[in-house]
Design a protein around this ligand. Structure first.
Ligand code: R1P
Ligand code: URA
Length: 290
């Protein structure tokens, strides 16, 4: 069935609405960063750049790195942008823009999507300067209220216990990312479980001038433990996108991994004095392994 003009919105040049990209523009491996200014920090390593496109916070460079075609896109902040990013990237490869029909199952293309972002550690033993690969992401945001995500038994148990311990009105969602990409790209990094928050301040327990509804949120997350046959599960770090990536990646059938440069430590109160170097090292490591 053809997808209506109001749902699959194409610009006059045939590109997709927000990303401003045509199907031919992107490669099947995509590196994503939050900050638009970080896109050149990735593409400066490319042998050549063939495409530069921008709309709003979505800046895209496509080029070659050691002979491999790569795309780097900035997303801005928050899982609401990840909803746009994942749906539009998927449409670029899995919807025919002429007939407006989704490709049949046997023709579906699976993308490899690698988030390279900054994050705050919750644990003393994960210091600033660490690189962390996310195994499970727990979404405190509302994105998955709108999609029928299927979670495993462990994912439901963990998120239920987090809901109970914080007395939240809703159950967060919990999703494990791609084991394949985690092994390929995360070797030697700390493996962690990431909390994706719908904000940087209150939702991550930061106080400037506003009081919090949950004043002990950081300590409760630090101390949270879930025991299962798979071992002990603890929460390691805060950021604002990973759970959206992992949930929509699972639903759409794309391989997704989140790599985190730890720039803050919420247990010790530190912020990295060399945060640019920490993220740039992670970018170099990612490109080397991709
Ligand atoms: C907040 O400062 C931003 O930094 C983190 C958070 O997820 C949020 O987007 O990621 P990025 O460095 O990828 O933007
Ligand atoms: N990004 C976040 O969302 N939180 C932090 O503490 C650091 C980076």
């Amino acid at each position: 069935m053809a997808i209506p003009d109001s749902e699959l919105i194409l610009n006059k040049d045939g590109s997709i609405y927000h990303l401003n990209l045509l199907p031919d523009h992107i490669s099947d491996t995509i590196i994503t960063v939050g900050d638009p200014d970080r896109v050149p920090s990735v593409s400066q390593h490319f042998d050549s750049i063939e495409t530069v496109i921008q709309k709003r916070e979505f800046v895209t460079h496509v080029g070659y790195y050691r002979g491999k075609r790569l795309t780097v896109i900035s997303t801005g902040m928050g899982t609401d942008n990840i909803d746009i990013l994942l749906n539009e990237l998927d449409a670029l490869v899995n919807v025919d823009f002429v007939t407006r029909e989704a490709r049949p199952l046997e023709e579906r293309i699976n993308l490899r999507i690698i988030r390279v972002g900054t994050s705050g550690s919750l644990q003393v033993d994960i210091p600033v300067g660490s690189h962390l690969v996310t195994e499970h992401a727990v979404g405190l945001d509302s994105l998955m209220q709108f999609y029928p995500l299927v979670e495993t038994g462990l994912e439901v148990e963990v998120s239920r216990e987090i809901q109970q311990s914080l007395q939240l009105d809703y159950r967060p969602y919990c999703v494990r990312g791609s084991d394949l990409l985690r092994e390929q790209l995360g070797a030697g990094m700390v493996a962690g479980n990431t909390l994706t928050c719908p904000g940087f301040y209150g939702p991550q327990g930061r106080v400037l001038r506003l009081d919090l509804r949950l004043p002990t949120l950081v300590q409760q997350f630090q101390q949270f433990r879930h025991q299962s046959a798979e071992g002990e599960f603890r929460l390691t770090n805060f950021e604002m996108e990973t759970a959206g990536y992992y949930a929509l990646g699972r639903m759409l059938g794309h391989e997704v991994v989140s790599l985190n440069a730890i720039v803050a430590n919420r247990a010790t109160g530190e912020f990295a004095t060399n945060s640019e170097a920490v993220i740039n090292d992670l970018i170099a490591k990612t490109l080397d392994r991709v």
